[in-house]
Every structure is written in structure tokens, then in C-alpha cells.
Design a protein around this ligand. Structure first.
Ligand code: ADP
Ligand code: TRP
Length: 326
């Protein structure tokens, strides 16, 4: 049998805290562009979050929060299927089947696991170790063709591809081979300290901070100690890196000229970043507050999405079971 998949984009975000600018530019915004071009399937990775979350209250709240984040940033439930991972338990069955297509040598190489080892983490759960298998199930259960993600997730998508190939090689053409898509310009959004922006580094700018707090965060971007009078190098400045994320080429050249001319302090540059970022976030911030005031409507959207997603996963699982003799 030759599979003829419809183009479908799928991605997941863990509900492990409020989403930040890195999540927005690296994952959410690119994913939303596909809404206009193909079938889009986006979910909240609740099972994955259990590798770190220890509070049921937090998990429930963060799950709704990520759903509201997607909606506020432009997800249209008429175009995109949005659900919470646990509403499609078929992924757990597929995860087991795929674990039988995965070697320990492959899982030993996974970033999530290697990072935990490198950080000297003692009690590494089997869930964290087999995380790439569950992620592969998330992708393969929905006949996904493309996976928009940040750079750090590319390896996991490659692993999903390998598992699908192994299954297909063993049991015949069954699973669609996915490809990751990384938007190079924003492949890795830096945090306030210049390292990759990440919840685990405490260097984030959260998307829906109130205006004043947003400004305060931006003022905390690290710089060198040049005085206001000194000319500055835009190509070697974290504040300018942020500006590039939000300003067009002309605006960038204008700011670069001010840097080089001197008498232009980092505080001025930060104010320029704040104004750009705030202008873009004002409308989503208001929408977010609106969704927050009606969580039941958000839950309805998730339930509706779960129905649609589940029917696709059930069809894939029927094919998988039949082809592997279950
Ligand atoms: P975090 O590192 O803060 O825990 P997640 O791992 O939950 O973020 O990431 C969710 C999505 O956002 C993934 O697709 C990831 O690649 C993307 N992402 C996270 N941080 C960044 C960043 N700094 N730059 C670009 N994309 C990012
Ligand atoms: N592992 C991803 C992250 O930490 C989240 C995720 C889970 C995901 N399943 C996925 C992303 C499937 C894309 C496709 O960011």
C-alpha cells in the first residue's frame, strides 16, 4: 500500500508554565501560519508535562492557560484542531508499539535525557527516558507530514521518522514519515542573559505580562557597561538582537546608525524594543484576558478538538494494529 497523506502540520507545547517569547516566535507563530495552508493539529502536551509537574492544580491550570495562549495569539478553532493530549489515549497505545521499534542506543542519545544526566539529575524517570517515543506517537498517530518546532526538537522528530521507518520496514507501509520545520530566523530566541530563552533558565519574557512588567523585563536585558556617550556595536548586542526579532530592515538600519553614532544608551535601545514588542502584544493581551474570563468556552473548544483528533488517531491505530497482527 502506498500512503497518500494530506498535508498536515502538528505540534505540541507542554503546559509547564506560562508561555514566553521564545515559545511564541519559535513555535506558535510559525505554526499559526500553516493554518491558512493546510490541515493543522495542535495539542497541549499534558502527558509530557507529567515528567516534571508534581501538582494536579498546576497541571490543570497550565493546560487551560496554554490553550488560551494559542487562542489569544490567533488560533482559529474553525481551522485548527486544538486538544489536550490525554483526550486521545490512543497515543499511549501507539507509544508502546513504537517503543518496540526503538533501541536503547537511540534513546540514550536523546537531548532531554542527556541534559538530565549532564545536570547530574539522580532519579531520572522512565517517562523522561522514553519521552521521544511518546512524542513520536503524538506525531505518527495523526499522519502528520510537517512538525513546526524550535531547533531543540528537531532530533525528536528525526527519531519519530526512524521509528516510522522501522515499523513500515517490518510490517509494511503504515505510518506517514514526518518532517520538522524550523524557522531559521527565530530558531533560538535568546533569554535576558543571552542563553536560549527557557523556562528552566529563569531568563524568559512571558507573552502576556502587563505593560509595566513587560517594560521592566526588557530593561533587564543584559548589556556591557559602555557609557551613554560611547559608540556601540549593534552586531554585538543582545538588545539589538531582540530588536531584530520585531523590526523591519529599515527600522533596524536606523537603530544601528544610532548605536554607531554614540550618545545613545542601552536604555534608549531597550525602550525601542519595548515599544515594538508592546505594539505587537497589545491586542493578543486583551484577547487573552477575555478568554481568561470564560474558561468554559475554552474547555468546549478543547473538547470539540479532542473529538476530531481522536477519530484520526483511531483510524491510524486500526491500521497499525491490523498491519502488525494485533
Ligand atoms: P522551555 O524550554 O521554555 O521549557 P518548551 O520546551 O516547552 O520551552 O518549548 C515549547 C516550544 O517552543 C518548542 O517547539 C520549542 O522548540 C520552542 N521554543 C522554546 N524555547 C525557544 C526559544 N528560546 N527559541 C525558539 N523556540 C523555542
Ligand atoms: N517535546 C516538545 C517540547 O518539549 C513538546 C511536544 C510533545 C511536541 N509532543 C510533540 C512537539 C509532538 C511537536 C510534536 O517542546
Amino acid at each position: 500500500m502506498t500512503l497518500q497523506p494530506t498535508p498536515r502540520a502538528l505540534t505540541g507545547i507542554q503546559p509547564s508554565g506560562s508561555a514566553h517569547i521564545g515559545n511564541w516566535l519559535g513555535a506558535i507563530q510559525p505554526a499559526l501560519q500553516y493554518q491558512e495552508q493546510m490541515d493543522t493539529f495542535y495539542f497541549i502536551a499534558t502527558y509530557h508535562a507529567l515528567t516534571t509537574t508534581k501538582s494536579a492544580v498546576d497541571l490543570r491550570q497550565n493546560t487551560l492557560d496554554i490553550a488560551m495562549t494559542w487562542l489569544a495569539l490567533g488560533l482559529d478553532p474553525a481551522k485548527t484542531t486544538l486538544w489536550s493530549q490525554q483526550s486521545v489515549p490512543e497515543v499511549c497505545e501507539l507509544s508502546w508499539i513504537l517503543s518496540c521499534m526503538s533501541t536503547k542506543a537511540m534513546l540514550d542519545k536523546a537531548h532531554a535525557f542527556k541534559d538530565a544526566v549532564a545536570k547530574g539529575k539522580k532519579a531520572i524517570s522512565a517517562g523522561l527516558y522514553t519521552y521521544p517515543v511518546l512524542m513520536a506517537a503524538d506525531i505518527l498517530a495523526f499522519d502528520t507530514t510537517v512538525v513546526p518546532v524550535g531547533k531543540d526538537q528537531v532530533q525528536h522528530v528525526e527519531m519519530a521518522r526512524d521509528m516510522a521507518k522501522t515499523f513500515n520496514h517490518t510490517f509494511g507501509e503504515t505510518l506517514v514519515l514526518p518532517e520538522s520545520i524550523v524557522q531559521e530566523a527565530v530558531a533560538s530566541v535568546p533569554g535576558l542573559d543571552g542563553n536560549k530563552m527557557s523556562k528552566s533558565y529563569g531568563n524568559t519574557i512571558e507573552i502576556f505580562l502587563p505593560k509595566k512588567k513587560l517594560r521592566k523585563r526588557i530593561m533587564a536585558i543584559q548589556t556591557d557597561s559602555k557609557t551613554m556617550e560611547e559608540p556601540k556595536d549593534p552586531e554585538n548586542c543582545l538588545v539589538f538582537d531582540y530588536y531584530k526579532l520585531f523590526a523591519n530592515k529599515e527600522e533596524q538600519s536606523e537603530l544601528a546608525a544610532k548605536y554607531r553614532a554614540g550618545n545613545f544608551g542601552y536604555g534608549h535601545a531597550k525602550q525601542a524594543v519595548f515599544e515594538k514588542m508592546n505594539a505587537l502584544l497589545e491586542e493578543p493581551r486583551a484577547k487573552y484576558e477575555d478568554w481568561k474570563s470564560r474558561p468554559d468556552d475554552v474547555q468546549d473548544i478543547l473538547n470539540e478538538g479532542a473529538k476530531r483528533a481522536r477519530s484520526v488517531a483511531q483510524a491510524t491505530l486500526a491500521r497499525v494494529r491490523s498491519n502488525c497482527g494485533l
